[in-house]
Design a binder for this molecule. Structure first.
Ligand code: GDP
Length: 169
C-alpha cells in the first residue's frame, strides 16, 4: 500500500487544549515515538485513506520555554500546523494570530494551517465564531471550532488537513 507521512505541529497558548485535542483524536490507538536527534516527542497516527496509508506525526510543542529554540526547526519541517485558541479567552486568540504570522514568515514551503477555537462546550464564549472564521478566510486558513471535552469537531481537523496538505506538497 502506498504510504505518505505528514508532520503536523500544534501551537497555541498554554491551557488552550492542545494536548487534549491530540489525546481525543488518538485515544487508545496512539503510540508515542521519540525523535532522539532533537529530543522532542511526537505522536504517530496511521490513517487508512482509501488505498493510501497516511502517517501523521503530531508534534505537541508543550511548554513555550521549550519550543522557542526549536520553533524554527519545527516550522521548517512541518507540512501542517494546528493553531489553537480558547473561545473563552480573547488573549489566546490574539496569540494565535501571532503564531500564524510567525509561521508565514518562517515557512519555506506553504504550511497548511488549521485555526481551531476550542472549548465550545463552555458557556462563557468571548470570541465569536464569526470573528474566528472571518480571520481564517482573510489569511487562507482552515477553520474549526471544537470541544476536546466532548470530542465535537476534533477528527474533522485532521481529516481536512489530510485532504489539504498534499495540495501544497
Ligand atoms: P495545553 O496546555 O494547550 O496542551 O492544554 P491541555 O490540553 O493541557 O488543557 C488545559 C486544560 O483545559 C485542562 O484542564 C483540560 O481538561 C481543559 N480542556 C481542554 N480542552 C477542553 C475543552 O474543549 N473543554 C473544556 N471544558 N475544557 C478543556
Amino acid at each position: 500500500m502506498e504510504s505518505q507521512t505528514f508532520k503536523v505541529i500544534l501551537l497555541g497558548d498554554s491551557s488552550v487544549g492542545k494536548s487534549s485535542i491530540v489525546i481525543n483524536f488518538c485515544e487508545d490507538t496512539f503510540s508515542t515515538s521519540i525523535e532522539s536527534t532533537i529530543g522532542a516527542a511526537y505522536i504517530l497516527k496511521t490513517i487508512n485513506n482509501g488505498n493510501k496509508e497516511i502517517k501523521l506525526q503530531i508534534w505537541d510543542t508543550a511548554g513555550q520555554e521549550r519550543y522557542n529554540s526549536l520553533t524554527l526547526l519545527y516550522f521548517r519541517s512541518s507540512q501542517g500546523a494546528i493553531v489553537v485558541y480558547d473561545i473563552t479567552d480573547k488573549t489566546t486568540f490574539e496569540r494565535a494570530k501571532l503564531w500564524i504570522r510567525e509561521i508565514r514568515e518562517k515557512e519555506e514551503q506553504k504550511t497548511t494551517i488549521a485555526l481551531v477555537g476550542n472549548k465550545t462546550d463552555l458557556k462563557e464564549r468571548l470570541v465569536s465564531t464569526e470573528r474566528g472564521s472571518k480571520y481564517a478566510k482573510e489569511e487562507d486558513l482552515l477553520f474549526f471550532e471544537t470541544s476536546a471535552k466532548t470530542g465535537e469537531g476534533i477528527s474533522k481537523i485532521f481529516l481536512d488537513l489530510i485532504k489539504e496538505m498534499p495540495k501544497n506538497n
